[in-house]
Every structure is written in C-alpha cells, then in structure tokens.
Write a new protein. Structure first.
Length: 273
C-alpha cells in the first residue's frame, strides 16, 4: 500500500526562532528511496543556502513570498533546478515558503550524464497549460527534459475541477508521488478509497494502481513527481490513456513562454516537452 504522510503530523525542524522546515519524506519513511521532500517556511532574518552535492540535484518551487538570489529575484511562480555541485543562496525579502525536492543518485537517474548542466530558473505560471483529452483536468510542467535539460525527474502541477476523476493506471521502475496543495478528494490505491486533503503526501509503490477523484466543491490541485523521468505506465483502460492538448495559454491567461505539442503522458521522453 502507498505511503501517506500528512504534513500537519510532521514535526517542525527549527532552523532559527522564526524559520523551520518539515522533512515530509526521506529514507526514514522508505529506506530505499532516492528522494528527500521538504517544505521550508523561512523568515527574512535567515539566509537559505541551497546546495546540490556531487551526485544530487535539487529542485525548488516557491509557494509564497519572495527572495533575492544571485541569478534572479525568486517570486510568484518561481521554480529552480540545481544540478550536481551547484549552490545558490536565497535571501527572503519578507518571508518565503517553498517545496524542495532533493534527488540522490543523480547519475543513475539522469540519462544525460555528459552534459554540463546549469542552474535553471523558470516561472511555471508562464508555462503552457495543457488540457486532458478525456476529462476536465489541466496540467503545467514543473520539471521536464526541456526545462531542466536532463531526465532525472519529471514534475507537474495538476488541477482537478470539482467532481473530476482521472484514469486508473500504475507505473513501473519509478518513484512516484503527489503532494496536495489545495482541495480534498479520494485517491484509489489498488481500488481501495483513501481520503486525501491539502498537505497530504501520497507515495505510490511500483505496480500499485491509482487514480484520484475530486469529491469536493473546490478545485483539487497537486504537484506530482516521477523519478527518474523515464518510466513505464500501464492503463486499466487503454482508450483512456492520459492525452494532453495545449490550450495556447499559460496560467495567467496570456501567451505561454513556449509551445508543447499534444502528447500522451506515459513515461516516454516526448520531443519538446
Ligand atoms: Fe500515476
């Protein structure tokens, strides 16, 4: 059965009087995992020192506030990727809240070992919004081969309007999890219904069938991850494979920063995604 962690039950790890982090998932939850998933709540008094070690990469998504850094101002929909051996200091302007993913064994997961990777900063609010062909879900990529220039992992933010349900499926050869940013609903895990709500982290096991139903009135929004960024997906009903079509807009309702063609999302690298 999937591992489910509620953020509200995770103890605060104080960084200072005013700043703390919560380690939502790491090897204490699953000894074989290569990921560390954390939430940081930082005050302006504390510098944030991001560091990817020799065989690690680090990814960050700003949820609230803003910060100064040597490469850019981190604000709004800021998303950052640090390849191995890169460091970046962030100085919160007032406060800032962000999610952080650390991936260990980077070389094992990335199929692009020879490239000289750089730190990347992008604004996911300006990235293209894609609509699901079979239901009313929408998604935006938070990390992809095109965005981070390697295939160590893939991430998306997915929105389910009220009462919308996704197609039942499972994956192999991948670490796969979701973290609910907003809303509530039911995740079906090998057809067993489990209630989920904002702040819940759901880590699916290889071969475990899953889909989500937004049973609430408000949109259900989660971020999800696949490590590595190439994997196998099996659909219960092949005719309902997740197919995504561009809307021609970004999350702000304006022209997106790039074009993504219609594609099936099933763990294969798609050109331009
Ligand atoms: Fe999945």
């Amino acid at each position: 059965m999937a591992i489910i962690v509620s953020e509200k039950n995770v103890k605060k790890n104080q960084i200072s009087d005013k700043s703390f982090k919560k380690i939502i998932f790491d090897q204490l939850n699953l000894p074989t995992t290569d990921i560390i998933f954390e939430k940081y709540v930082m005050s302006r008094d504390d510098l944030i020192n991001l560091k990817a070690e020799a065989d690690q990469c680090v990814w960050l998504m700003l949820l609230e506030g803003s910060a100064e850094s040597s490469i850019d101002i981190i604000k709004g929909g800021s998303t950052l990727f640090l390849p191995p051996q890169k460091v970046l200091d962030l100085q919160p302007n007032d406060h800032c809240i962000f999610l952080k993913l650390t991936v260990n064994n980077f070389k094992k997961h990335s199929k692009d070992k020879g490239t000289n990777l750089e730190t990347v900063h992008y604004d996911y609010l300006k990235e293209p919004v894609l609509n699901s062909e079979h239901d009313k879900r929408s998604r935006v990529y938070l990390a992809s081969k095109e965005l981070i220039k390697n295939s160590a992992f893939v991430s998306e933010i997915v929105t389910f309007p009220s009462q919308v349900k996704s197609s039942n499926h499972c994956h192999y050869d991948v670490e796969h999890f979701q973290f609910l940013l907003q809303g509530e609903g039911i995740v079906f895990l090998d057809n067993t219904p489990v209630k989920i709500t904002k702040g819940d982290f759901v880590y699916k096991l290889d071969g475990e069938y899953h889909h989500v139903h937004n049973t609430g009135e408000d949109p259900l929004i989660f971020v999800e991850f696949f490590i590595p960024g190439i994997w196998e997906t099996i659909w219960s009903d092949e005719s309902k494979r997740c197919a995504w079509n561009p809307t021609g807009q970004n999350s702000l309702g304006t022209e997106p920063t790039r074009d993504i063609k219609s594609h099936i999302s099933d763990g294969k690298i798609v050109e331009g995604v």
